[in-house]
Design a protein. Structure first.
Length: 311
């Protein structure tokens, strides 16, 4: 039998963190972050990182493993998480991936390959020379024209990934997501894939209030610390919550305007997350719209997990 894995996904602010800890305690599970930005140290408030006192002793992995100036790729995430799943399974505990970065989670569950297949060293060298001559933004612009989805996902300064996406397009005629979709074969794990959802207006209101709470908790100070450390043009500070406040610190927006933009971008991100999960993954959805009995919902989800994983 394939190793069992629980996956809990959903849009930002839907309530994944609290419920995941309750489930982990009930199931003797360890939690692996499925969020591409919680890997960064000193980026706590803006990424809604779980606090130690909220963990209730449940081990959490892939949090605070990189410095904000370091880059991080989906291929790296895939490798580290698969190792973690094996370690947790060997300890006789259940691995549970919790988060909202769909592509990262999907890369772990399915047999995606990030090897040099679909490669053209000559084309790659040509793009590298073009990047050196015209700049990273120019090459990223080429990607934006040909594969807008990949361009949105890859920071212009991540030259290696930008060129790799162009190379895949050049050699296969397929976008990065089409290339990965073509590779997708079967699940590597016995997977219970749970999604949390909520009525849209209620979710949007929660997002707005959470942004206000983040500001009250000192998000601006957190962002200013990174700004003062000269963390610039890095993958980390392209995250929602950081790029908007960088705009304020650089004089391109008032604080009020930056906060409103942050709320708007967070709502749009939640909508994209839900669309992506519904289109790309076979998810069992559970409605968390208040008023909801969290204990009852936990029991419903546990019953579903027990059936899928034959616990």
């Amino acid at each position: 039998m394939k190793p069992p894995v629980i996956v809990l996904i959903g849009p930002t602010a839907v309530g994944k963190t609290k419920l995941s800890v309750m489930l982990a305690e009930h199931l003797n599970a360890e939690i692996i972050s499925g969020d591409s930005m919680q890997i960064y140290k000193r980026m706590d408030i803006g990424t809604a990182k779980i606090r130690e006192e909220e963990m209730n002793g449940v081990p959490h992995h892939l949090i605070d493993i990189k410095e904000p100036k370091e880059s991080f790729s989906v291929a790296e995430y895939q490798e580290i998480v698969r190792q973690k799943i094996a370690e947790i399974d060997r300890r006789g505990k259940l691995p549970m991936i919790v988060g909202g970065t769909g592509l990262y989670i999907q890369s772990v569950l399915y047999d995606y390959s990030f090897t040099e297949e679909a490669g053209d060293p000559e084309f790659r060298a040509e793009m590298e020379a073009l990047s050196d001559k015209r700049g990273a933004e120019y090459v990223h612009g080429l990607l934006k024209e040909r594969d807008p989805e990949a361009a949105r996902a890859i920071h212009p300064n991540n030259k290696r990934r930008v060129i790799r996406a162009l190379e895949i397009l050049h050699t296969t005629g397929k976008t990065m997501s089409e290339h990965m979709e073509g590779q997708r074969k079967e699940l590597l794990y016995t997977t219970a894939l749970i999604g949390l959802t909520m009525e849209r207006e209620v979710l949007y209101d929660r997002i707005n209030r959470r942004v206000d709470q983040m500001m009250d908790e000192g998000l601006l100070d957190e962002v200013k610390q990174l700004y003062d450390e000269n963390v610039r043009n890095c993958q980390s500070v392209q995250a929602i919550g950081y790029k908007e406040l960088y705009g304020h610190l650089e004089g391109r927006a008032s604080l009020e305007e930056a906060v409103e933009t942050l709320k708007r971008n967070s709502r749009r991100y939640a909508k994209r997350q839900l669309t992506w999960f519904r289109n790309q993954m076979d998810v069992a959805w559970f409605d968390m719209t208040p008023p909801v009995n969290i204990e009852q919902k936990k029991q419903e989800i546990f019953t579903y997990i027990a059936g899928k994983l034959e616990l």
